[in-house]
Design a protein around this ligand. Structure first.
Ligand code: IPE
Ligand code: IPE
Ligand code: MG
Length: 253
């Protein structure tokens, strides 16, 4: 980065105090993309990018707590990501195991509650155990509800909800004629959370890649070229600043 552009971008990063306290999104969702390209740019193996991505996430979680954001949902591994080379998948699985263990103390200290969203039936036992242990250990924390989308696919989530609703109707637990959006949402993995207000995707891709399709009906989108491992506290504050300039109308005037 040249001196001029670095001065320019540093001027534009707001401090926490400069952000409007009354326009903080309640729920931020992030598609953390670009780890591989970050590593390739540095002539490193893709795994180094995933490792560096954990650092970026740590900073963003801390910033969320500081700003009073109540819900953070991150896309960490999609149901389609199993199709990647075995080595990369194995590396990612080990990284999840290690990170969940290593970060648990800091998450608890910051009042962060961990929650897994994704199809639990298809998650290898050791990984599921680590997620469920993190959920248990952080269950009483109330500052930030931190959902990790792992083995997550939004279309699969919606089909799964339809299946569960059908079964509930068969048991006469719900009246299918009275099924509404609120009840439908209660059958999604995200039932504990309000819909996201703000969706960030890093790495310059302009797509949602099967993430929270139902939940983002009225979400504000923010697509940024920065690769995920470079997306640090200042990038996040800048993103929130842009969110605060948006005019949300929900179809009204
Ligand atoms: C996001 O980074 C992390 C996962 C999908 C697990 P990528 O691994 O997709 O990085 P790029 O998009 O190839 O650069
Ligand atoms: C989406 O990124 C999934 C995660 C960030 C975990 P991908 O890199 O898998 O998405 P595509 O393939 O570019 O759409
Ligand atoms: Mg990618």
């Amino acid at each position: 980065m040249s001196l001029i552009s670095s001065i320019f971008s540093s001027i534009r990063v707001p401090t926490v105090k400069e952000l409007k306290k009354n326009i903080i999104p309640e729920h931020v969702a992030i598609i953390m993309d670009g780890n591989g390209r970050w590593a390739v740019k540095r002539k490193l193996p893709r795994s180094a990018g995933h490792k560096a991505g954990v650092e970026a996430l740590r900073e963003v979680i801390t910033a969320c707590v500081q700003l009073g954001i109540k819900f953070l949902t991150v896309y960490s591994f999609s149901s389609e990501n199993w199709q990647r080379p075995k080595d990369e998948v194995n590396f990612l699985l080990n990284l999840f195991l290690e990170s969940l263990k290593e970060e648990l103390g800091a998450l608890n200290k910051n009042g962060v509650r961990v929650f897994l969203i994704g199809d639990r039936k298809l998650i290898p036992y050791k990984i599921l155990e680590a997620f469920e242990n993190a959920e248990k250990q952080t269950a009483n924390n109330t500052k930030l509800f931190f959902s990790i989308a792992f083995n997550y696919g939004s279309r699969q989530e919606i089909v799964d909800a339809a299946r569960k609703i059908h079964k509930a109707a068969e048991r006469n637990d719900i009246d299918i004629e009275k099924l509404d959006e609120k009840t439908f949402s209660d059958y999604l993995f995200t039932k504990e959370c309000p819909d996201p207000d703000f969706l960030i995707r890093t790495s310059g891709e302009y797509r949602v890649s099967n993430f929270l399709l139902w939940q983002i009906a009225y979400c504000e989108f923010y697509f940024v070229k920065t690769l995920w491992p470079d997306f640090k506290r200042k990038n996040f504050l800048k993103a929130i600043y842009y969110y605060q300039q948006r005019s949300r109308r929900f179809g009204r005037l």
